[in-house]
Design a protein around this ligand. Structure first.
Ligand code: NAP
Length: 261
């Protein structure tokens, strides 16, 4: 019997990296998983992998920055499976990293629209379906914007990640009356496809040399964390084992963010 037997999960950013590893783990643990991402073909690939391991998956192609698409994705999930227990608001981009005076207002808005507003929309449209039974919401923030502020040019990204933590704490207090828990994970460097969603411009103009101990990440040296290691923490927060945990951050970074950088 899996840890999430009988549960239904809505996972954004489910076709790659942390979201995909979590979707696969949740499915192995017995959850039915709704897969949200913009690329239909990538969503379908992930769904197929889940079916191959005997899991149940539903492709919900949507852009989390678009309210009507998020709302429609939830409607489809409920029409199919009739309940919602877990939300993993994980979709995100690094966006444009550049000196503040060179970041355009449009670039700033795009990062906030996907990372911050996307989180708001993903939670907002889940609430009507979670009120009856309660459930667990997990949001993916980052070490950037919460413990680390030295990544040159990543101002828009860090602000979007800080906003997610403030949002989660408000939501934890507000939604507790319905037994809906809300927690945040803050990963460090994890091996995913996020470099494909990172556009660096002129950051050499503002970079401050950072001095790290030889090796980089205290726990792993030069190796990043794996998405599967993050997924294990999401499983814990989503499960009944975390039944008294809400409104808190969990850093998953091998102590990377504790270095003086
Ligand atoms: P990834 O491999 O690039 O995956 C990102 C996922 O988000 C993809 O499935 C992508 O699918 C989806 N996505 C992006 N924009 C979207 C949108 N507008 N609507 C719906 N889906 C969208 O990156 P990842 O590292 O797993 O990132 C997941 C989360 O972890 C992000 O919030 C990121 O900020 C956070 N994080 C990552 C690291 C790291 O080192 N990797 C560290 C700290 C925090 P489509 O392109 O098909 O939409």
């Amino acid at each position: 019997m899996g840890e999430l037997e009988g549960r239904v999960a809505f996972i954004t950013g489910a076709n790659s990296g942390i979201g995909k590893a979590t979707a696969l783990l949740f499915a192995r643990e017995g959850a039915k998983v709704g897969l949200v991402g913009r690329r239909a073909a990538k969503n379908e690939e992930t769904a197929e992998e889940i079916r191959q391991i005997g899991g149940e998956a539903l492709v919900l192609t949507a852009d989390v920055s678009q309210p009507e698409q998020v709302e429609a994705a939830y409607r489809r999930l409920i029409e199919t499976w009739g309940r919602l227990d877990i939300v993993f608001a994980n979709a995100g981009i690094n966006g444009v990293w550049a000196p503040i005076e060179e970041i355009t207002p449009e670039e700033w808005d795009q990062t906030q629209a996907i990372n911050a507003k996307g989180t708001f929309l993903t939670v907002k449209y889940a609430i009507p379906y979670m009120k009856e039974r309660g459930g667990s919401i997990v949001i993916t923030s980052s070490i950037n914007g919460t413990r680390q502020f030295s990544l040159a040019g990543a101002t828009a990204y860090s602000c979007s990640k800080a906003a997610q933590v403030a949002f989660a704490k408000h939501a934890a207090v507000e939604l507790a009356r319905w037994k809906i828990r809300v927690n945040v994970i803050c990963p460090g460097w994890i091996r995913t496809n996020i470099p494909e969603n990172t556009w660096r411009r002129n950051i050499e103009k503002i970079a401050i040399p950072t001095i790290r101990p030889e090796g980089g990440i205290p726990l792993t040296g030069k190796k990043p964390g794996e998405p599967e290691q993050v997924a294990e923490a999401v499983l814990f927060l989503a499960s009944d084992r975390a039944s008294h945990i809400t409104g808190t951050e969990l850093w998953i970074d091998g102590a990377e963010s504790l270095l003086r950088t």
